[in-house]
Design a protein around this ligand. Sequence first.
Ligand code: SF4
Length: 395
Amino acid sequence: MQNQYLILTDSLREKKKLIIQKNDIINSLQEFGLTNLTKVPVCSIENLAVNIDNTWRGVCARKCIGCSSGAVDPSKTKQQIHELNPNLLKSLLEVAKVLANEGYHILSKNRFSLFDGSNELENQHCLELRALMSTYYEDTYGLNGFGAISSDLVFHITPHKTFKHNLSALLERPEWFDNICVAIDEQTPFNSEYEYQKYLDTVEWVWKELLPALCCELEHAKSEKSFTPRVIINFLIPGSGRFFNEKYKELLPGIERAKTYKELEQRYVEPYVGSIQRVQDNIPNHHVFTNFVAKLSKVKGSRVYISYSEFEPVGRARSLINSNSWDYPNLYLQPTIKTKIYPSDKHSFVVQSCLSPNCYSNGELSWELCNKPEWLKSIETIEFNLENIIEASSD
Ligand code: SF4
């Protein structure tokens, strides 16, 4: 083959396809603008993705009714779901490393997630993907693991056996993540009391599993953070003056969804690890959503971060909450361009950007608030194919 890369047009998706060659990564990508990503480095690689109406979305079986990322319920789509298999991630990171070594840092060195639109711990490749990310940050930047940057392990509790396996295994590798963020809210739909009871049984299991983390006994990729609080309990309610829409008012027949932080605490924290007791410890500066540090009355030596949040007016939450004038709280409105990578088949990925309310949010605002840069529009028309790199790696 004469050319170092090929451009094909996929008429169905109207994407140009760039086949990246192992021996010409820099030149081919410079020409097609990927190196522009150094202006807004990628902060997320979705581990499950689907294209609906020309927009890529995460896919998540949790079906949370207020999901800020608007993750697609896999049972509700006929479109093909693409997964981030370890070979694809490995090759993508190989490309990113070659670029980084030449000064083009296309992946964020500060904050990175593999799960914006999915429940990471339910992914069968979760451990391999975290391990690959760790190796990338170690080899490229000399860090001590993925946990050395903001790479929180964020989850909704689910009785899924993969979830339990992954959580137990990840707790053995505390350098692979930064903090552990446990979502305590009532977004997950339950079809029966039996399902809800299974959920409660898993809540109990999770608190037991997290005991060493609750007691600050975990090492951290940054030595100065070893043996410090590691768990953030993220409470989420509609917020003052807002209500769940009639359709979602009840969690189960006869049981209303919790509207206060106290109700959530009494249902999902207190019976298992005791009440939340505020202590006067300092909150690290970068914890912008942490309200205070607490101990748990039934866990000796515990220290956790408590975050009291309200649903953001983004994604599905807009149909969950009854509010006619739901403005974004100014405090948290700092529109930020985020670039994300989505697997588009087993060898390829695409880049898609969004305008988020702030750098921590998974939600999306309208681009009317900000002109989308031309270079981003251009990158989004290309599908990057890594088949040659994957093959070369497996030789
Ligand atoms: S909030 Fe998280 S766990 Fe729930 S559906 Fe969205 S991505 Fe999945």
